[in-house]
Design a protein around this ligand. Structure first.
Ligand SMILES: Cc1cc2nc3c(=O)[nH]c(=O)nc-3n(C[C@H](O)[C@H](O)[C@H](O)COP(=O)(O)O)c2cc1C
Length: 193
C-alpha cells in the first residue's frame, strides 16, 4: 500500500480479531517500524512488551482488561506500549515522552495495517494490574495497549469497510488554520503558488 492509502485505511478494529498466529518476522517488522519514529533529541523513550500466545494473552486480559475491551482476549498478540517520563525531554513543561511514544505507535499501527493486520489502540485497562502482571517497573507508564491480529473473516479491506464508512472526523477547517489562529482560508498568494 502507498503511505497515504495506508493512513486512510487504518482504523480501530477490535470487533474483528482472528486467533490465527502471526509470523515472527511480521511481528518484528511492525515493531521495527515503530523504532524508526522521530523523537525529541532522539531520546526514543518507547518500550514495547509483546505478549504472545493464547494463554498469555488471556491471562493478561483477565488481569487487567475488562468491559468491551476484553474482546482482545482472542488476539494472538497484544502489545503494551510503555515509556518513562524521565527518559525524554521536558520543554517548558511539555513532556515529550507521551508525544514521542505516540509517534512510534503511529508507525506501528500503520505498519500493521500495511501487513493487513488488525489493531486497536486502547487506554482502557488497569495500569497497575497490567504492570504487576508483566513485571513492569514502578516508574514506567503503560501508555496504551493494542491487539495485533489478522481480521476475523476475509481481508483487511472487508473487515474495515463498515468502520471506515461510519468514521467521522472534524472538518479540515476546524483543525487547520492559515497564517493565524482561526483563519480557515489559505492566503491568496499561497493558492496561486
Ligand atoms: C490513546 C487512545 C486510547 C484509546 N482507547 C480506547 C479504548 O480504551 N477502547 C476503545 O474501544 N477504543 C479506544 N481507542 C480507539 C479510539 O476510539 C479510535 O481511535 C477513534 O474512535 C478513531 O477511530 P479509528 O481509530 O477507527 O480511526 C483509543 C484510541 C487512542 C488513540
Amino acid at each position: 500500500m502507498e503511505t497515504l492509502e495506508t493512513i486512510r485505511k487504518r482504523c480501530s478494529l477490535k470487533s474483528s480479531i482472528s486467533p490465527q498466529e502471526i509470523g515472527a518476522e511480521v511481528i518484528h517488522a511492525v515493531l521495527d517500524a515503530a523504532r524508526y519514529a522521530a523523537s525529541s533529541r532522539n531520546h526514543q523513550p518507547w518500550r514495547f512488551v509483546v505478549v504472545q500466545g493464547q494463554s498469555a494473552v488471556q491471562a493478561l486480559v483477565d488481569a487487567a482488561v475488562s468491559g468491551t475491551n476484553a474482546v482482545i482476549r482472542e488476539a494472538p498478540v497484544v502489545i503494551a506500549v510503555c515509556a518513562r517520563p524521565q527518559d525524554d525531554s521536558i520543554s517548558n513543561g511539555r513532556e515529550y515522552y507521551l508525544f514521542d511514544t505516540g509517534m512510534a505507535v503511529a508507525n506501528l499501527l500503520l505498519a500493521a495495517t500495511d501487513f493487513g493486520l488488525v489493531t486497536h489502540p486502547m487506554a482502557g485497562f488497569d495500569e497497575e494490574a497490567l504492570k504487576r502482571h508483566l513485571n513492569i517497573p514502578e516508574d514506567v507508564r503503560v501508555i496504551m495497549i493494542t491487539p495485533l491480529a489478522y481480521p476475523a473473516a476475509g481481508s483487511y479491506d472487508e473487515a474495515a469497510r463498515e468502520r471506515l464508512n461510519q468514521r467521522t472526523r472534524k472538518a479540515f477547517e476546524e483543525v487547520v488554520f492559515f497564517n493565524r489562529w482561526g483563519e480557515t482560508q489559505p492566503a491568496s498568494e499561497a493558492i496561486q503558488a
